[in-house]
Ligand binder design. Structure first.
Ligand SMILES: *Cc1c(COP(=O)(O)O)cnc(C)c1O
Length: 412
C-alpha cells in the first residue's frame, strides 16, 4: 500500500513508485481499505494514452494546462504520453514542473503576474514565453525580465478576448484584450519579442468545433490590423469530454476546424520563422484519467449523503450541475439491484449549498455503507479540494483500471 497517501489541497512531490509494483484495481482496493474518506483513483495508462492521442492529432505544440490537475502522478503520465510543454499560471506550478522535468518547456500563461513571479520564472526556471493582455503587463514583463540581468529570447503572447460562445464555462469575462487593443498590443510587443503570438480561450467544455474557426477569423483580423508578422497562434483549451447525456464531437472534428482556420488566417512568415500552432488543453487530457470513490453515509429517498461534495472534488457538480457517470461498489452483502434510478448527493459539510442534484444513476437499492465510484473527475476534481468544515482528508492512489465509458457505468 505504498502508493497510498493522505492528501490535502496541495499535492506534495512524490517519488515514482517502482515500475514493477503492480497497481491495484479499484474494486479490490475498496474491499481491502473500506475507506471512510474519499479516494481519488488515477489511471496512468489512460492519461498517457489520451495525451498520446491529442499530441498525435494536434498540428502544433500541445501545452498541458497544469491547473486542471497538478498531481505529480498525472504530470508523469502525461510526460510518458509525449507532453513536453506546460501551460503554468503560478510560481508553484512552474516550480513543480521544472523540478519534475528539467527539459520541459514552460509557458507562463496567466495574463496578470506578480513582479517577483516574472523574475523567478525568467531567471530561475528558464521560462521564456509570457502571456499578456495590457500595456501595463507588457511594461512589467519587460522591466522585470531585464532587471534579472539574464539574457534570453523573450516570447510574448497577446491574449485576445472573445465574445461569449458555446462553451459551458465562459472564460473571457476576466482576461483578454478587445480586438483593437489586442492589435495595438501586438504592435507594441513586436520590437521586444523573439517570438510573438496571439492566444484565445473559447471557454471550457466547448462542444462546438466551429468556435475555434470563428475565433481564428477574429484573430486574423486583429493580426491584419496590427500589421506585424506573428509566429504563434495559440488556440487555447476548452476541448470537451463526454459526460452522461452530453454527446461530444470526435477530436478530429476540432482539429479539422483548427487546421482550416489556420489556413484561412493566411499568415505571412516574418524574420522569426514560420507561424506555429499551440493548444492548451486541460480537461480533454485528464478528465478520463481520474475518478473519486465516495461512501454513502445516509440515504433519504433519492438523496444520498456522501463523504465528498462541492468543497471537495465535486465543485462542478454543485452550482454548475455537472453530471458524472457513477457506479456502485459493494464488496460484500447482497448483489446490487439491476434496476437503476437517478439520485442526488448531499456533501459532508453543514452548508446547504453543498448539494449535487445530478441525477447520478445508481442501483435503486443503494444504501448506507455502499461506495460509489464517480468518473471523469481527473479534471478540476481533486485539485479543487478545500479544508472547509474539516473535510479535507482524501487519498490519491494510482490504479490499473481502464477509463470507464458511461455505457459501462450504466451497466454496472
Ligand atoms: C484553464 C485554462 C486552460 C485549460 O482549459 P480546459 O477547458 O480545461 O481545456 C487553458 N488555458 C488557459 C489560459 C486556462 O486558463
Amino acid at each position: 500500500m505504498s502508493q497510498l497517501r493522505v492528501r490535502s489541497a496541495v499535492s506534495p512531490l512524490r517519488r515514482q513508485p517502482a515500475a514493477e509494483v503492480p497497481l491495484p484495481r479499484v474494486d479490490a482496493l475498496i474491499a481491502d481499505l473500506r475507506p471512510q474518506d474519499p479516494v481519488h483513483c488515477l489511471r496512468p495508462a489512460t492519461l498517457a494514452a489520451t495525451a498520446r492521442d491529442f499530441v498525435a492529432a494536434f498540428p502544433g505544440d500541445t501545452l498541458y494546462a497544469v491547473k486542471c490537475n497538478p498531481d505529480p502522478a498525472v504530470l508523469r503520465a502525461l510526460w510518458r504520453g509525449g507532453i513536453r510543454h506546460f501551460d503554468c499560471a503560478s510560481p508553484n506550478e512552474i516550480a513543480l514542473v521544472r523540478t519534475m522535468f528539467p527539459a520541459a518547456t514552460i509557458h507562463y500563461m496567466h495574463p496578470i503576474k506578480a513582479r517577483a513571479a516574472i523574475r523567478e520564472a525568467w531567471a530561475r526556471h528558464e521560462v521564456r514565453d509570457f502571456v499578456l493582455d495590457s500595456t501595463d503587463e507588457l511594461a512589467k514583463i519587460l522591466a522585470e525580465t531585464a532587471a534579472t540581468g539574464i539574457a534570453g529570447a523573450l516570447g510574448l503572447v497577446v491574449r485576445l478576448a472573445l465574445p461569449k460562445g458555446e462553451a459551458v464555462l465562459d472564460l473571457s469575462g476576466k482576461f483578454g484584450a478587445e480586438p483593437a487593443a489586442a492589435a495595438a498590443l501586438l504592435r507594441a510587443a513586436r520590437p521586444h519579442a523573439a517570438r510573438l503570438g496571439i492566444a484565445f480561450h473559447v471557454g471550457s467544455q466547448c462542444l462546438e468545433p466551429l468556435s475555434w474557426r470563428r475565433a481564428m477569423d477574429i484573430a486574423a483580423e486583429v493580426i491584419d490590423a496590427a500589421g506585424v508578422p506573428i509566429e504563434i497562434v495559440d488556440v487555447g483549451g476548452g476541448f470537451p469530454v463526454a459526460y452522461p447525456d452530453v454527446k461530444v464531437p470526435a477530436l478530429g472534428a476540432f482539429m479539422a476546424e483548427i487546421e482550416d482556420g489556420f489556413e484561412r488566417m493566411n499568415l505571412v512568415q516574418g524574420d522569426a520563422g514560420a507561424p506555429r500552432l499551440w493548444a492548451e488543453p486541460g480537461r480533454a487530457l485528464v478528465a478520463a484519467g481520474g475518478s473519486v470513490v465516495v461512501q454513502v453515509q445516509a440515504r433519504r429517498d433519492a438523496m444520498l449523503y456522501v463523504n465528498d461534495g462541492v468543497y471537495g472534488s465535486l465543485a462542478d457538480a454543485g452550482a454548475l450541475g455537472f453530471r458524472y457517470p457513477a457506479r456502485l461498489i459493494r464488496p460484500d452483502g447482497a448483489a446490487p439491484s439491476t434496476t437503476l434510478r437517478g439520485f442526488g448527493f448531499f456533501g459532508p459539510t453543514c452548508d446547504s449549498a453543498d448539494v449535487m442534484r445530478g441525477p447520478f444513476f445508481l442501483p435503486e437499492d443503494v444504501a448506507e455503507g455502499d461506495w460509489i465510484e464517480i468518473f471523469q473527475l481527473g479534471a478540476y476534481g481533486a485539485c479543487l479540494r478545500t479544508g472547509f468544515n474539516g473535510f479535507d482528508r482524501a487519498r490519491i492512489v494510482e490504479v490499473e483500471d481502464d477509463a470507464l465509458t458511461s455505457a459501462r457505468a450504466r451497466a454496472a
